[in-house]
Design a protein around this ligand. Structure first.
Ligand SMILES: NC(=O)c1ccc[n+]([C@@H]2O[C@H](COP(=O)([O-])OP(=O)(O)OC[C@H]3O[C@@H](n4cnc5c(N)ncnc54)[C@H](OP(=O)(O)O)[C@@H]3O)[C@@H](O)[C@H]2O)c1
Length: 283
């Protein structure tokens, strides 16, 4: 039995859909805070257990009888190490055979501030002695695709990524990798550096949006502090704006680039091209 945490989220849902291609629904458990959010999965026969990363007792119950657990990193930035530590402790108590954790590309050396909590979680995993595998996910292409409507309206994409090349992949690609690893044997101790086959700069991303939309869109690079200020000016919360600007600055230093093709090797197909994600966003 495999428990997938964060099953109500974008990635969790995709992982479950991917696993359902190979295993029966009765072997899967969706761990969620709000069972009503995954009624569709329950109807397909997927088990649903209610638990919260902040409530250790609920996690103990959620992992009972689990052979494997996929810990999808929390989206509550700043709270994540404490939350993930609860998950690791509960999985250990339940005696799970493998815990897979979604980390960040090259968590050990990444210049992105987001790496700190992932590094600390990886250290907690190592300390715990639980058999585990680390899925170090690169950037989702959808992160940039989400900004396309605003880019079309303003004719400009702002950022601080300079000429940094970004080897992003679609969420569905990372989900396919997570499912593949969960279904393989002998994964304990492995670390996968996962990123897209194709890499682009934000200028190239803007050019792709312009080409497909037929509208004028260009990339405007700016210093990290100014970009953070611009994001706050359009209403983004302070911490989110700072995180996005810091991530762009990290991308400028090569933090989102990878040429290993580990992801496509793992899923047995090429990763989703940028052009396809842009086309989907425009449609
Ligand atoms: N690689 C990238 O580019 C990138 C980009 C964004 C995020 N991420 C990371 O990757 C993760 C998965 O991405 P995603 O797109 O699937 O994110 P998402 O759609 O925001 O999903 C996050 C999931 O975490 C769950 N969660 C949050 N706090 C929780 C708690 N206290 N207890 C139990 N569950 C909790 C949410 O449950 P609810 O439905 O109850 O809220 C949701 O299911 C994110 O959480 C984040 O750590 C990576």
């Amino acid at each position: 039995m495999i428990v997938i945490t964060g099953a109500s989220g974008n990635l969790g849902r995709l992982v479950i859909n991917e696993l359902l291609k190979s295993v029966s629904a009765s072997e899967l458990v969706a761990m969620v805070r709000n069972p009503a959010s995954v009624e569709d999965l329950a109807r397909q026969g997927v088990g649903v257990r209610k638990a919260d990363y902040t409530q250790p007792d609920t996690l103990d119950a959620a992992f009972r009888g689990a052979d494997k657990v996929l810990l999808i990193s929390s989206n509550e930035i700043g709270q994540r190490v404490a939350q993930h530590t609860h998950v690791i402790a509960a999985a250990k108590k339940a005696g799970v055979g493998l815990l897979a954790y979604t980390s960040i590309l090259r968590a050990d050396t990444t210049p992105l501030g987001l790496g700190v909590e992932h590094r600390q979680t990886e250290a907690k995993l190592a300390e715990s002695g639980i058999p585990h595998v680390v899925l170090r996910n690169g950037w989702y292409t959808e992160n940039y695709a989400a900004g396309i409507p605003a880019a079309l309206e303003r004719g400009v994409i702002l950022g601080s990524a300079g000429d940094g090349r970004i080897a992003s992949a679609a969420r569905a690609d990372y989900a396919a990798a997570a499912a593949a690893v969960l279904l393989l044997e002998n994964q304990a101790g492995k670390v996968y550096e996962l990123a897209g086959d194709e890499a682009y700069t934000l200028s190239e991303f803007a050019a792709e949006v312009a080409k497909q939309s037929g509208k004028s869109v260009r990339y405007q690079n700016m210093p990290e502090a100014e970009y953070a200020k611009a994001l706050k000016a359009v209403g983004l919360p302070e911490a989110l704006a700072d995180m996005l600007a810091d991530s762009d600055a990290g991308a400028a230093k090569g933090g989102l680039f990878d040429a290993s093709k580990t992801l496509s090797t793992c899923i047995g197909r090429s990763t989703t091209p940028l052009s396809e994600v842009v086309a989907k966003a425009l449609a």
